[in-house]
Design a protein around this ligand. Structure first.
Ligand code: SF4
Length: 363
């Protein structure tokens, strides 16, 4: 995290204060008949251009709500949004909706999990890319059509000059995802948010789409936020990883540090539940016990304590005192009461449990 002045070379060269994307104490709350749903509750992070931040967590952890808040896609009448989100120095929280709309597509764009529901079925793929392009560029349709064909070609659609006139249902799932990436790139966004971009795709196509996002990021020098429940996907792409639980960040470090030495019991649980090439094929995949908490009534103390297998090493604090988000090692922050000795003991215990093949859940 830095507060230095940094040039934003893609635009007018005017330096903008701080990182390209800066989120501070973001809270996204929804008033419901049952109470206030605190989907995101005090999230902070920075992201530079040319880097990818992977935000991981289970369903309901607040990942997608965060990305929707950055894109300004929540209906103002349904949401209480506080804190700060700046993109290229522009504050978005409380900004005029027209300002956010102008930024969307021009400086930031989003790739969704399900391109079929994000694309209009009545318009051809080409018409939709042309429209997206012309919203921000005053060019004749013919020029925009040439750009649409170029973009379809760039994202690997075969015969783009013909397929540009196809409807979304005429594309395969992988091609639709490529077309949506083309649409997102039509305005050279500085910030690209990919929300579960490969979840609906088979493994081969998934790898191709991740390669494509990586190549395009290098080419466009964009900042990328990758939202996923799948640690395998962030392992492919992310420079840094932010692990979310119950609307808060519980672990933040470089991808290397999180994979080599995860420090939060929730991250241990996520890792134990995913297949890994560096693990013996006979090792069981172990789901985290229990279910994510209600975001209306979080458990007291650490919100993860009802599911945590290491809380007995700390004692009552886990049930009474919410852990602060703190530096645990250089560049590595966690929200957990475990000290280094307790963490080592917990890991040794888990390694023993896994090694003797006992069938149990981990958390
Ligand atoms: Fe587990 Fe306690 Fe750490 Fe929470 S604070 S993750 S309950 S050890």
């Amino acid at each position: 995290m830095t507060g230095d002045l940094q040039a934003d070379p893609s635009r007018d060269g005017t330096p903008t204060p701080g990182p390209f994307v800066s989120v501070r104490d973001l809270r996204v709350h929804f008033a419901t008949d049952d109470g206030l749903v605190k989907s995101v509750d005090g999230l902070s992070f920075d992201l530079e251009r040319g880097r990818t931040l992977g935000i991981v967590g289970e369903s309901g952890s607040g990942k997608s709500v965060t990305s929707m808040a950055i894109m300004g896609l929540h209906k103002p009448s349904t949401v209480r949004l506080t804190g700060s989100i700046t993109v290229g120095g522009q504050e978005l929280v409380g900004a005029d909706p027209d300002v956010v709309r102008r930024l969307r597509g021009k400086r930031m764009a989003m790739i969704f999990q399900d391109p079929l529901s994000a694309m209009h079925p009545f318009y051809t793929v080409g018409q939709q890319i042309i429209e997206a392009y012309r919203v921000h560029h005053r060019v004749p349709k013919k020029v925009a059509r040439v750009r649409a064909i170029e973009l379809l070609d760039r994202v690997g659609i075969p015969q783009p000059d013909k397929r540009v006139d196809d409807y979304p249902h005429q594309f395969s799932g992988g091609m639709r995802q490529r077309a949506m990436i083309a649409m997102a790139l039509s305005c050279d966004p500085d910030l690209l948010i990919a929300d579960e971009p490969t979840t609906a795709l088979d493994v081969t196509v998934q790898a191709q789409i991740l390669d494509l996002i990586r190549d395009l990021q290098r080419e466009f020098h964009s900042a990328v936020i990758l939202i996923t429940h799948d640690l395998g996907v962030v392992a492919e792409l992310a420079d840094d990883i932010l692990v979310m639980y119950a609307g808060r960040c519980v672990e933040y470090a470089s991808a290397e540090a999180v994979f080599d030495e995860p420090r939060h019991p929730y991250t241990w649980g996520l890792m134990a539940s995913m297949p890994r090439l560096d693990r013996d094929v006979t090792t069981r995949l172990l789901p985290i016990r229990g279910t994510p908490p209600s975001l209306i009534n979080l458990p007291p103390g650490c919100p993860f304590h009802p599911r945590c297998r290491a809380d007995d090493l700390v004692g009552d604090r886990c049930r009474t005192e919410r852990p602060q988000f703190r530096v645990s090692a250089p560049g590595h922050r966690i929200a957990c009461h475990l000290d280094d000795d307790q963490r080592a003991a917990a890991l040794a215990r888990d390694a023993g449990d896994l090694g003797d093949g006992r069938e149990q859940e981990i958390g």
